[in-house]
Design a protein around this ligand. Structure first.
Ligand code: OAD
Ligand code: ZN
Length: 288
């Protein structure tokens, strides 16, 4: 048995009694909804339910290369709306920063492109922006690099950014469906996950690959905590009944390491900080 008591409090005891210092956090859009940024898949409020005005063939087309080459306009209109800079980090972001400051964070993997991790002060070397960033951009034809400011000016003037060296469109370096993830992602997952001693998954539906499968890369003895509004990441069907197919195993009768804490990320992180003895520090950071 990995956890004597397979519950949230059992996990807290485990963290306190073992010397847990190699925590990996994995995040999705759910950690930024309390900052006012919609997630993708929540029914009603999620971005994919609110793209009617762009007249897309299907919602995810806005992040698909083929569609973008055909009609880049919808993506740039949306980019203007969601442009990073006007939002503030959440308690959850500050919780992750505190883990880093306490020397307990091995790495934070985020699928988010809102840059709130940087704003919250999570150090660059602790951060893997798995789906890229608005920081830089490249011409899709000749790969010429452009700065965030150059692209931003075009976006805010409602212009499609066109390369100065060729007729290509300049796309911010956020990862579209069908594109490769950044080198840093591939490089870091190789060395990080095998040494992880606690995995915390925050605010993601865990449906987009390859990110979702990272949960299978930690050692079999590593506890995994999900903090999310809904229970996600379990492999369903006949395969999982026989323990195949990977994923989180809350409902598996043999589970002794996976815990689902269902609720809001901010609340979950504040509770975790309190139980681990740095609740006051977190509150101070939030109110600054
Ligand atoms: P999703 O929208 O798929 O999932 C967000 C999850 O967070 C859902 O399970 C929500 O229930 C939950 N959630 C929302 N707000 C929450 C809160 N305040 N507290 C706790 N849970 C909350 O977002 P992602 O998993 O990030 O990729 O989506 C993954 C990728 O799909 C994105 O990076 C994006 C998208 O297509 C690209 O664009 C390449
Ligand atoms: Zn070019």
């Amino acid at each position: 048995k990995i956890l004597d008591d397979v519950s949230f409090d059992g996990l807290i005891n485990h963290i306190k009694s073992k010397d847990v210092t190699k925590i990996i956090t994995m995040a999705g859009a759910g950690i930024s909804t309390s900052a006012g940024i919609p997630d993708f898949r929540s029914p009603g409020s999620g971005l994919y339910d609110n793209l009617q005005k762009y007249e897309l063939p299907h919602p995810q087309a806005i992040f698909e290369l083929d569609f973008f080459f055909d009609n880049p306009k919808p993506f740039f209109v949306l980019a203007k709306e969601l442009y990073p800079g006007s939002f503030k980090p959440t308690p959850c972001h500050y919780f992750i920063r505190l883990l880093a400051e306490k020397g307990k964070l091995l790495r934070h993997y985020t699928q988010n492109i809102d840059t709130l991790e940087r704003v919250a002060g999570i150090p660059d070397e602790k951060l893997v922006e798995a789906h890229g960033t608005f920081h830089t951009g490249h011409c899709v034809l000749c790969r010429k690099e452009y700065t965030q400011n150059w692209i931003k000016e075009k976006i805010f003037n409602d212009e499609i950014p066109i390369c100065t060296a060729c007729p290509g469109i300049v796309k911010p370096d956020i990862v579209f469906f069908g594109e490769n993830l950044p080198d840093k992602f591939h490089h870091c997952i190789q060395k990080d996950f095998k040494q992880c001693d606690l995995l915390i998954i925050l605010g993601s539906s865990l449906v987009v690959q390859p990110f979702a499968s990272l949960v299978d890369r930690v050692p079999h003895t590593c506890p995994r905590l999900l903090i999310n509004r809904e229970k996600v990441g379990q492999t369903s069907g006949i395969m999982s009944m026989f323990g195949f197919g990977g994923g989180l195993e809350f409902d598996n009768p043999d589970n002794s390491r996976d815990i689902a804490w269902l609720g809001d990320c901010d609340e979950g992180c504040i509770l975790l900080a309190e139980k681990l003895g740095f609740g006051e520090e977190l509150k101070k950071l939030i109110s600054e």
